[in-house]
Design a protein around this ligand. Structure first.
Ligand SMILES: Cc1cc2nc3c(=O)[nH]c(=O)nc-3n(C[C@H](O)[C@H](O)[C@H](O)COP(=O)(O)OP(=O)(O)OC[C@H]3O[C@@H](n4cnc5c(N)ncnc54)[C@H](O)[C@@H]3O)c2cc1C
Ligand SMILES: NC(=O)c1ccc[n+]([C@@H]2O[C@H](COP(=O)([O-])OP(=O)(O)OC[C@H]3O[C@@H](n4cnc5c(N)ncnc54)[C@H](OP(=O)(O)O)[C@@H]3O)[C@@H](O)[C@H]2O)c1
Length: 245
């Protein structure tokens, strides 16, 4: 084994649907900030195939958790979905990424906006103290194609019981009671996203976006119409993004 990789063992592979899975692995103590990712890898035909995955677990949890989807033709994700307890998963030693609260300016409201597996880093962030200490309102937005893809309901319910979390879901490809229809950018423009009672604007909000790159572009454009812009260290703004592909 090269020094770059830690050999971990799968503790559990939870199958949410045919395509969605969560891997819990033990045996690696990594130092990272909630919202960051790490490369995980398997050996395929003698070659190590690695991809970045966001941590779902908070930093103080010794068991690492990753949430994934099977991309049918992809080199790694179909193999990850088939792992069973006891199987080896290689995890890199160097977590990274800027989708972290320590990079964000102060604001009243923190918006955590995701599509698909892009909810993963926000599940880590929500289980740390920082969002609740720093923001008056915290809103988690999750958009999926089908209602069965609204995963981690027990965890989100627990956070809602203990904290001031507002949780908004979108289901785009079937009618789903309790979820908004269509896509996030349309709901920003027509005001549906704010019907939860929390305002979305440059004066009040910091927005983190994660998931489908087309969503990042389209939501950033909808927010620009409200005077919001990308946040950069040298030029503070309101939007921090992480693209999954
Ligand atoms: C910083 C970062 C963090 C990431 N974190 C996660 C994570 O927590 N969970 C996760 O499932 N993936 C995550 N990804 C994507 C992941 O690294 C892989 O690309 C994905 O698991 C597919 O791997 P693959 O080798 O099977 O196919 P790849 O060759 O890597 O991807 C093939 C195609 O699949 C599509 N695709 C890739 N990832 C996704 C996805 N997550 N949802 C829908 N379509 C996708 C894209 O069209 C992509 O071009 C992350 C990517 C980045 C850059
Ligand atoms: N193996 C399987 O059985 C299986 C099943 C499903 C998916 N997959 C794989 O996973 C991939 C899709 O993953 P996914 O469903 O998690 O991700 P996704 O395609 O990113 O869709 C998630 C949500 O994001 C929305 N969205 C897409 N583009 C957007 C944009 N420009 N602006 C705003 N919202 C946008 C989608 O709305 P829309 O519905 O309007 O696009 C949907 O509500 C597929 O390409 C496939 O490879 C595999």
């Amino acid at each position: 084994m090269s020094e770059k990789w830690i050999e971990t063992r799968v503790v559990e592979n939870r199958q949410w649907t045919d395509a969605l899975f969560s891997l819990r692995v033990g045996g690696a103590r990594l130092s990272f900030q909630a919202g960051q990712f790490v490369r995980i890898a398997l050996d395929v035909n003698g070659e190590r195939v690695a991809r970045p995955f966001s941590f779902v677990n908070p930093p103080d949890d010794p068991v690492l958790e990753f949430y994934g989807i099977v991309v049918p033709e992809g080199p790694l994700s179909p193999r990850l979905a088939k792992l069973a307890a006891g199987d080896v998963l290689y995890v890199a030693r160097n977590p990274a990424g800027f989708l972290v609260l320590s990079e964000l300016p102060e604001a009243q409201t923190l918006w955590l906006v995701s599509t698909g597996t892009g909810i993963a880093p926000f599940l880590s962030i929500l289980r740390t103290e920082a969002p609740w200490q720093r923001f008056r309102n915290v809103v988690l937005v999750h958009a999926v194609r089908h209602a069965r893809e609204l995963v981690y309901q027990e965890l989100i319910s627990q956070v809602k019981r203990e904290r001031r979390l507002t949780y908004v879901t979108f289901v785009s490809r079937e009618a789903a009671p309790g979820s908004l229809a269509g896509r996030i950018p349309a709901a920003i423009r027509d005001g549906r996203l704010e019907r939860t009672g929390v305002a979305l604007g440059a004066e009040s909000s910091q927005v983190m976006l994660c998931g489908n790159p087309a969503m990042l572009t389209d939501v950033t454009a909808a927010l620009a119409e409200r005077g919001m812009r990308k946040h950069r260290r040298r030029s503070p703004g309101h939007i921090t993004v992480e693209s999954f592909w």
